[in-house]
Ligand binder design. Structure first.
Ligand code: TRP
Length: 338
């Protein structure tokens, strides 16, 4: 048993508790995580230290971090099979993050597109943390010897930088880090905004964003108002270039029902958007219902959630500490006396 666990490859991923989770995070990430739990040794983190690179309301940050843990579990991540934890509970992340800063070039960090985007959006607060965000992310990944990092395409550049840092360190000091690979699901749904289907679904446009905790009424309303297209054809056909709104609804519907695009086209043949949009809404309502109810049930049991994040942090720290000790030794720090 012990050996079997050790032989499993390691996965690490995280989501920032900086907004309420929506179906983009669920269908694009968490749903896949559940499927990976059996085959891999998985660490799923609530990356609160990353969140503070942008100003947060403290009470909201605290509430959303625990809510996110409840949602991880409610989506099907078994806390016995996966290590679920809160980043700031394992101080090794910040420590290795600092060390890796010293092995990462100013030029490399300057080229990160997320840094450029976020500094444009937060022009009044371009802090050092926003700039060194990727080295903290590299620390997250390298501490656990993750082989694979399930992420959306927008995070690929950060995983590639993590690889460069790991290789650089290994070249200087001998094999220390496992060099990770991004794990981008082949059929992973990239969910777009319902009111503007050419941009990614995001909490910043709540009308076009379906949150996991939305009520059935809200979900239904959002789908009824979803943008389809302006042509007169009114036919449910998968054509992402021509009809991005319809394609997005089809991809959501396919993702929650398991139906192929062909089957969906057949199902709505001759029926038009008037029938299609509410059907997608209903399918999403039924998918989210058990998740929302289970999240609410878990939130009522704060002691249980605390137990889970405590155990998670202990398990994570056991591994993180070993890696950090090895790194400290290699770079010439005096061995910790305690
Ligand atoms: N940067 C990721 C995002 O914004 C979140 C993240 C932080 C992450 N650390 C990670 C993802 C480590 C994967 C692995 O989506």
């Amino acid at each position: 048993m012990e050996n079997q666990t050790e032989a499993k490859k390691v996965m690490f991923s995280g989501i920032q508790p900086s907004g309420n989770l929506h179906i983009g995070s669920y269908l694009g990430a968490m749903k896949n995580w559940v499927a990976l739990s059996e085959q891999y040794d998985c660490y799923y983190c609530i990356v609160d230290e990353h969140s503070i690179t942008v100003r947060q309301n403290p009470a909201d940050l605290r509430r959303r971090s625990v809510l996110q843990l409840a949602q991880y579990i409610a989506c099907g991540l078994d806390p016995q099979k996966n290590t679920l934890f809160i980043q700031s509970h394992v101080h090794e992340h910040a420590e290795l993050g600092w060390i890796l800063n010293c092995y990462t070039m100013f030029g490399e960090l300057s080229r990160m597109t997320q840094f450029k985007d976020k500094s444009a959006k937060n022009a009044e607060n371009i802090n050092g943390g926003l700039f060194t965000y990727p080295t903290l992310m590299a620390a997250d990944i390298l501490l656990y010897g993750a082989h694979y990092v399930p992420v959306g395409a927008d995070q690929k550049q950060h995983v590639e930088l993590t690889r460069d840092i790991a290789i650089r360190f290994n070249n200087l000091y001998g094999d220390t880090f496992i060099v990770p690979e991004p794990y981008i699901p082949k059929v992973g749904a990239r969910i777009m905004c319902l009111s503007n289907p050419t941009s990614k679904m995001s909490k910043s446009d709540p009308a076009g964003c379906v949150f996991l905790m939305d009520s059935p009424d809200e979900i239904s309303r959002k789908f009824k108002r979803a943008i389809t297209d302006s042509d007169t054809e009114h036919c449910v056909r998968y054509a992402p270039e021509e009809k991005p709104g319809v394609a997005n609804l089809m991809s959501i519907y396919s993702s929650v029902t398991g139906k192929t695009y062909e089957e969906i086209e057949k199902e709505f043949d001759g029926k038009g958007y008037g029938a299609f949009k509410p059907a997608v809404g209903d399918a999403v309502i039924e998918t989210l219902r058990p998740i929302r109810e289970e999240t609410e049930r878990l939130l009522a049991d704060k002691a249980y959630l605390k137990e889970i994040y405590t155990e998670g942090a202990q398990r994570a720290q056991y591994v993180a500490r070993k890696t950090l000790r090895k790194v400290a030794k290699r770079i010439g720090f005096v061995e910790k006396p305690f």
